[in-house]
Design a protein around this ligand. Structure first.
Ligand SMILES: *Cc1c(COP(=O)(O)O)cnc(C)c1O
Length: 217
């Protein structure tokens, strides 16, 4: 478990960027990690975690949430329509809002249950066919549309293409957020969170660098 390492690297990156570490939330991405590794990070006092799948999170987090106070859970992976209700009940933030239809469904259910997580809209900055997210050219309109649904839009999220310089994508995401008056930037993973912090990340999503390599896919 190298949580202290990562925390120190985040502080150093903030220092270099002239930013306060308080501006950057570390989301420990615990998907498919063995429970003892997650438990170690909980025992070290960390409380902000990320998961990719609603069902997997439902299976393991209610128990930890009962035993450790103050846990904040972020959904990072694609959200299906039929999983919106449990997602709204379990998660404090959703980083993968990527189409009007899912935003509409979130709005409807949030209205019904009287609560809604913070939302990040996912932008497919590399315009990759296999990747989720709204295209950069359509982002402004999508942001307007989701805001018009009275949903709490915290910011934007991206996952850069693996074979490109991530900074170009972080800069693009920051530019779209800025011109739309959005403060939140969910960007940066194990390999590139320092570069993301240099470009304004407010939420870094770090999995394997904290927990070790994921054992299964
Ligand atoms: C798995 C995942 C991460 C963490 O990836 P690491 O490379 O292990 O840090 C971050 N964001 C998303 C959306 C992920 O699916």
């Amino acid at each position: 478990m190298s949580l202290p390492d990562i925390t120190a690297r985040i502080e150093a990156a903030c220092d270099r960027a002239g930013r306060s570490p308080a501006e950057v939330t570390l989301i420990a991405v615990s998907k498919v990690q063995p429970p003892d590794r997650v438990e170690a990070v909980l025992q070290a006092g960390h409380r902000v975690f990320g998961e990719n799948r609603v069902q997997e999170a439902q299976g393991k987090w209610p128990d930890w949430m009962a035993r450790y106070k103050g846990i904040e859970l972020h959904l990072l992976g694609p959200l299906q329509s039929n999983k919106v209700r449990p997602a709204l009940e379990l998660f404090h933030a959703i980083h993968s809002v990527d189409r009007p239809k899912i935003a509409r469904r979130i709005a409807d259910i949030a209205q019904e249950i009287g609560q809604c997580p913070q939302l990040f809209l996912q932008v497919n900055t590399g315009a990759e066919a296999q990747k989720a997210g709204i295209l950069p050219a359509e982002a402004d309109a999508f942001i307007r549309e989701v805001r018009a649904m009275d949903l709490p839009v915290a910011g934007l999220m991206c996952i850069p293409p693996v074979d490109e310089t991530p900074s170009l994508h972080f800069a693009l995401l920051a530019k779209i957020a800025e011109r739309n008056g959005l403060a939140g930037l969910s960007m940066g993973m194990s390999a590139d969170f320092e570069a993301a912090i240099a470009l304004g990340a407010t939420h870094v999503r770090v999995g394997s660098a904290i927990f070790g390599e994921r054992v299964t896919a």
